[in-house]
Write a protein of this length. Structure first.
Lengths: 196, 196
DNA sequence: AGTCATGTACGGTACGGTACCGTACACCTC
DNA sequence: GAGGTGTACGGTACCGTACCGTACATGACT
């Protein structure tokens, strides 16, 4: 007799579930929310639609589940020696994260109209991550003596996020290094009262 | 004797064309690009599908046509007496314009992946309008003596547009007056080297 | 001028074909 | 035999095209 009372009690296979969620994220990235069909999800996950519908009630439900587990915890930004290089490093890291999330955000964005729940999930799990490092960077700059006092960090973060997403979603141009340097030197530095 | 080489050529009725384009814009606003069906366009425009397909080859073509004629020429910003109030007035005007365009931008955004042409049209006809007034406002501030020299206007415009679209598309919060004041006082003013 | 044949655009309808949704049912493994 | 799984199916929505009969402007002919 097995001593573990954990009689496996074969529940819904979590492996399957993960495969399905991966397929959903894949399709969201590739074709967007509206054009993502359940048939195709099933095909990619090598599962049947019945298997899918046993778990979730419909497309919004599935996508909501897929958006969970996309929270990305960023490590604290490393001390590069100066505020300027700290900001460049932090922004560059954020660029890579946003670039990865970009297709999904784009897909889901248009679905907000149809399903407001999706919008909330997107904010909570995708958009609001990766901005905690700013406090650290600016606090470090104050102790270094580069800044006379802590700036209006939320405002700076607001500008940074807005610039990133605007560039990514609307301008159609890449989040490359020269652009990051431009943001830091021509926008953030002046905003902090430092020489451009 | 007819000097004109008899170009009889009845044209397609421009009235009908306008009704169809209006219906397209309506549906783009209401349900988005993907969920817009030609049948529904025909129904709303009180036209037959044949009439529509006689003019355009398919959905991308129609939407492209509908995006034309959405260019909005803004009047030069009025002189309100100070740079701060000028900026607030200009931004407020821009807010109203963007709010109107917002649903269509949202719809079309997700279609960029499918049809890059749409993306180009959106930039040319929707996004790049309404920023010419900035030059006037800042030039006026210089002659008033409020600014020592002309600032980096493109950078300021970049920040303004990014903040507006970010707020509108991603934050889900309204472009209301307090927010505009916050942008001017907490972000643009510091960026210009003025007291917040 | 008045009449009429002609050509075109029009709304409406119907169709074949495709893609998708959500479910009923049979299978198959524990 | 109980429960997860795969297949097959009905139903719906949409696309793009073809065709009908009609309305109307044009241009020729009387």
């Amino acid at each position: 007799m097995p001593p573990s009372p954990a009689t496996p009690q074969y529940r819904l296979d979590p492996t399957r579930e993960q495969a399905i969620l991966d397929a959903i994220r894949e399709l969201l990235t590739e074709v967007g929310y509206d054009r993502m069909s359940i048939d195709e999800v099933a095909r990619r996950a090598k599962a049947s639609k019945a298997t899918i519908y046993r778990r979730w009630s419909g497309k919004p439900d599935m996508v909501a589940a897929a958006l969970h587990g996309m929270i990305t915890e960023l490590p604290d930004p490393p001390d590069t020696g100066s505020l300027r290089t700290d900001m460049i490093a932090t922004l560059t890291t954020l660029c890579r994260v946003y670039e990865r999330k970009h297709p999904i955000v784009l897909s889901v964005l248009s679905a907000i109209r149809t399903d407001p729940t999706i919008g909330r999930l997107m904010h909570d799990h995708i958009l609001d991550s990766g901005t905690a490092g700013a406090d650290i960077v600016f606090a470090r700059a104050v102790t270094r003596g580069e800044l006379p006092a802590l700036p209006d960090v939320p405002a700076v973060v607001e500008v940074g996020k807005a610039l990133l997403w605007h560039r990514l979603l609307l301008s159609g141009r890449p989040l490359d290094d020269p652009w990051v340097v431009h943001v830091v030197d021509d926008i953030l530095h002046p905003m902090l009262g430092l020489p451009g």
